[in-house]
Design a protein around this ligand. Structure first.
Ligand code: HEC
Length: 141
C-alpha cells in the first residue's frame, strides 16, 4: 500500500513538472531563434539568417542586440547607430538603410565609420537585414 502511494506521488510530480517544463522549453527555443512569429510576411528563416549575419558583421560596432554598444563603439569617431531607436530608425526609409549597409555611411551622407558590406553580403542578404533592423526597432514601414 505504501509503495503504491509512493508511485502515485512520483507520477504526479513527473506529470506536473512536464506541464511546466514543456511550454518553457518551447518558449526558450522560440527566443533562441528570436523570431517566434513573423507578422508582415517575413520568413522566419530569413530573419534567422539576418540575425546570424548581424552577429558576424554588425555586432562589434552596433552591439549584439543592436543597441549601438558594441566593443568597438568607443573607438569610432561617431557612435554607431542604436538600431533599437524607433524614432530615428522610423525616420529612415528601407532604401536608405539598404544603401548605408551596402555602400557604407558615406554613401548616405553619414560617417565613413559605417563600412560598406557589398563584399561580405549580397543584395538578398542586405534586404533581409533591412527587415531584421525593422524588427530590432519595432518600426516597420
Ligand atoms: C566598424 C563599425 C561598424 C560596423 C561593423 C557596422 N556599422 Fe553600421 N554604423 C556604424 C557607425 C559609426 C554608424 C553611424 C554613422 C553616422 O551616424 O554618421 C553606423 C550607422 C549605421 C546605420 C544608420 C545609417 C543611417 O541611415 O543613418 C545603419 C542602418 C547601419 N549602420 C547598419 C549596419 C549593419 C546592418 C551592419 C552590419 C551588416 C553595420 N552597420 C556594421 C559603424 C559600423
Amino acid at each position: 500500500m505504501k509503495n503504491r502511494f509512493m508511485y502515485l506521488c512520483v507520477a504526479a510530480v513527473i506529470g506536473a513538472s512536464s506541464l511546466i517544463v514543456a511550454p518553457a522549453a518551447f518558449a526558450g527555443a522560440a527566443d533562441w531563434l528570436g523570431v517566434a512569429s513573423s507578422p508582415g510576411g517575413v520568413a522566419d528563416a530569413d530573419l534567422k539568417a539576418a540575425r546570424e549575419d548581424y552577429a558576424v558583421n554588425c555586432a562589434t560596432c552596433h552591439g549584439r542586440n543592436g543597441d549601438g554598444k558594441g566593443e568597438l563603439s568607443d573607438s569610432l569617431s561617431v557612435p554607431p547607430r542604436d538600431h533599437t531607436d524607433a524614432k530615428y530608425m522610423g525616420a529612415r526609409t528601407d532604401e536608405q538603410l539598404f544603401k548605408a549597409i551596402r555602400d557604407g555611411g558615406a554613401a548616405v551622407g553619414k560617417a565613413e565609420d559605417m563600412p560598406p558590406h557589398s563584399a561580405v553580403m549580397n543584395d538578398a542578404a542586405i534586404r533581409r537585414m533591412v527587415k531584421y533592423l525593422r524588427r530590432l526597432c519595432d518600426c516597420g514601414k
